[in-house]
Design a protein around this ligand. Structure first.
Ligand code: RUB
Length: 320
């Protein structure tokens, strides 16, 4: 239980962050937790697993990869605790392996859209977006990257470190310089925390501003997103909750206390409408955002009935 609580806390505090990494972490954690349960009583085991699943899902509300990963593992079957543990082990490992392969495949597919000599702009820190950039570089393309700082949590610093390790020429820019630099940009590549049925993309705050600037300047925007970031519940009309984080990420509590009329708003994500997105690069292909519905229905295999009948308790009975 301690390890489970630690992991939940690390996701909340963003020590573990990024939609893909969060998904892989919760899958591994559910497996570890199941192994730590001593009971031989299957219904007691199931109850404990459900509590663990709910705890992990409650850590951050926006990344759809998190509930999708939890539901994948929680579809385990088993008449006995041993059978259930074995199935959880398999599901968690398969999910992690699929996820890592998906990020690699996205790199291979997306890199074909990057041309020799391109300047790429990216935002925040997305392993899927970096997979594309790194593959284009490995393929011998002479590319440059403009990476935003991504305040208030500075994920851009992680990005420049990763790109530097790959030997990619990178400039760090402040978030407000996005439009200033857009004329130098050939292509924008960013990640996603969620993709809805209508092709909207939810990603780090500032993504929609950047996409709008790119649209104005007629520059292509590619979103790198594994299919487990697509939201089945958006088919029901559910909106993705935008996480609002603490004011202390933006200004110290002490300074804020000194003001009588000031509050801080700190949404962690925003929504980019599909009109500003040229392509969503998934592991099953590069698709126009309008095809998101098909990914949810045909690739992930959801019907409205499945989603309706699985609102909370029972895990989704399809792929994710
Ligand atoms: C991270 C973020 C990333 C997506 C995709 O936000 O917005 O762009 O999660 O990342 P936070 P990846 O830092 O708040 O978690 O491609 O690695 O899944």
């Amino acid at each position: 239980m301690k390890q489970l609580l630690d992991t939940a806390q690390k996701i909340k505090s963003m020590e573990i962050r990024g939609a893909g990494k969060i998904a892989r972490t919760v899958a591994a954690q559910l497996h570890n937790y199941s192994e730590s349960l001593n009971t031989g009583d299957i219904s007691q085991f199931n109850d404990k697993m459900k509590i663990a699943a709910e705890l992990l899902i409650s850590t951050r509300p926006t990344a759809v990869s998190l509930p999708n990963a939890v539901h994948t593992v929680m579809r385990y079957v088993g008449e006995t605790v041993e059978e259930a543990k074995a199935d959880i082990n398999k599901r968690a490992n398969d999910f992690i392996e699929d996820s890592e392969n998906a990020v690699r495949k996205i790199g291979e597919i997306g890199a074909k859209r990057v041309r020799d000599g391109d300047t790429i702009m990216t935002h925040c820190n997305s392993s899927a977006a970096i997979s594309i950039i790194a593959k284009a570089h490995k393929d011998g393309k002479n590319i440059k990257v403009l990476a935003t700082e991504s305040r208030p949590r500075w994920q851009g610093h992680l990005t420049i470190k990763q790109l530097d390790d790959e030997g990619i020429k990178t400039s760090l820019i402040v978030d407000s310089a996005v439009r200033y630099f857009m004329k130098e940009v050939d292509i924008v590549i960013m990640g996603a925390d969620a993709v809805t049925a209508n092709g909207s993309v939810i990603n780090k705050i500032g993504t929609s501003q950047l996409a709008l600037c790119a649209h104005e300047a007629r520059k292509n925007v590619i979103i790198a997103a594994e299919t487990y970031k697509f939201s089945p519940r958006s088919l029901l009309g559910d909106l993705i909750e935008i996480e609002e984080r603490s004011s202390s990420e933006v200004i110290s509590d002490e300074i804020l206390k000194g003001y009588g009329h000031v509050s801080v708003k700190n949404p962690a994500f925003d929504v980019t409408p599909r009109e500003y997105i040229d392509l969503i690069c998934t592991e099953v292909g590069a698709i126009p955002p309008e095809m998101s519905y098909i990914i949810i229905k045909e690739h992930l295999g959801y019907s409205l009935e499945d989603i309706n009948s699985n609102v909370k308790s029972k895990a989704f009975n399809q792929k994710y």
